[in-house]
Design a protein around this ligand. Structure first.
Ligand code: HEC
Length: 310
């Protein structure tokens, strides 16, 4: 025993004098920990890191979403304070809208048992029960629901309704189905009015998808092109007609002249606009200086002929 103790004591003394030797003793443990970390790391490398799954490059071009179609609409100025008092007219307006648009899900009695709502999860709101309301049954709450929908449910936004129609609907629902409907405070109504800019009203210009817009531009160009070609044919056929004769006399470039005249409808308003257009644009629009020698009655003939032609 004593020998052992002495040996340990000697070793400890030795270590005290040469602390670097501790590393030698710890070396196997460091090695084991290192291997362990490496093992854990390899186990957690993603598939891409291991290269076991081929990379797929997404075709980002094919994922481009076009602009959605937005109908232009005018939101009339709305006096929320006035409409917050349910008039008979307002309530019956709401009733009519409700039976055409909402009954399918919310049911005739507002219990959320309409046929179209049967398969929905969450179920359409039962207006006669006080529980479950997300935006609430105040005018401001129902208005919000109708403007924004309830995300993640079958209740979509009904944005084609005017603010007055939305308030009419909420008045009808509150009056007919909701038991003891809570009343909006003045502040809540003011907030509602401000949030949806109801006192100002709005004019939303609408928007069409780019691909439709392109098609329209091409179509428009195509119709104009067709118009020019058929006018040109007609003029050739009409060679004995005074109007066609004048056209031939005053143009250097017939296609250019016809294109200039099809690009705007302005000149069809009256003869003076027509004369101004031809004289002012002259060379640019394919006409020549012979226009200056046209008499008043020549202009009449020319104008009448071109108006009929295009
Ligand atoms: C396609 C079925 C469907 C139609 C149509 C529908 N709703 Fe809903 N509505 C729902 C569903 C589903 C909910 C429940 C949403 C939830 O709980 O998340 C709901 C909830 C509501 C709520 C309660 C929102 C809240 O605060 O919890 C109101 C108010 C409402 N609808 C009004 C209307 C009105 C008014 C119409 C007609 C203009 C209408 N709904 C048409 C399905 C519909």
């Amino acid at each position: 025993m004593d020998i052992n103790k002495n040996m340990i004591k000697d070793k400890l003394d030795d270590l005290k004098q040469h602390p670097v030797k501790i590393l030698g003793l710890l070396y196997p443990y460091i090695l084991i920990v290192g291997v362990l970390i490496g093992y854990i790391y390899l186990n957690n490398v993603s598939n891409i890191g291991r290269n076991t799954v081929p990379l797929i490059f997404l075709d980002t071009a094919s994922q481009d979403k076009d602009l959605p179609l937005i109908q232009p609409n005018v939101v009339p100025k709305t006096d929320v304070m006035a409409l917050s008092q349910p008039s008979d007219a307002l309530v019956s307006k709401g009733k009519a809208l409700f039976s055409t648009t909402c009954v399918s899900c919310h049911g005739v009695e507002g219990k959320g048992d309409g046929v179209a709502g049967a398969a929905l999860n969450p179920k359409p709101r039962n207006f006669t029960s006080a529980s479950g309301w997300i935006n609430g049954s105040k005018i401001s709450g129902i208005f919000k629901t109708l403007s924004e929908g309830v995300p993640g449910s079958g209740m979509v936004a009904f944005d084609t309704f005017s603010p007055e129609e939305k308030i009419a609907l909420s008045q009808y629902i509150r009056k007919t189905f909701v038991v003891n409907p809570p009343v909006d405070t003045k502040d809540e109504l003011t907030d509602l009015s401000q949030k949806y800019k109801l006192t100002e009203g709005a004019q939303n210009p609408g928007q069409i998808p780019i691909k439709d817009a392109m098609a329209l531009v091409i179509q428009d160009g195509q119709t104009k092109y067709d118009k020019v070609i058929s006018a040109l044919k007609q003029i050739t056929n009409d060679s004995n007609n005074n109007g066609a004769e004048i056209f031939n006399k005053v143009t250097n470039n017939k296609v250019k002249a016809l294109t200039a005249l099809t690009s705007t409808e302005e000149w069809k308003k009256n003869e003076q606009v027509f004369v101004d257009l031809v004289v002012n644009e002259l060379g640019d629009a394919g006409f020549n200086s012979n226009v200056h020698s046209l008499s008043g009655s020549d202009w009449d003939t020319f104008y009448n002929y071109m108006s009929k032609l295009l």
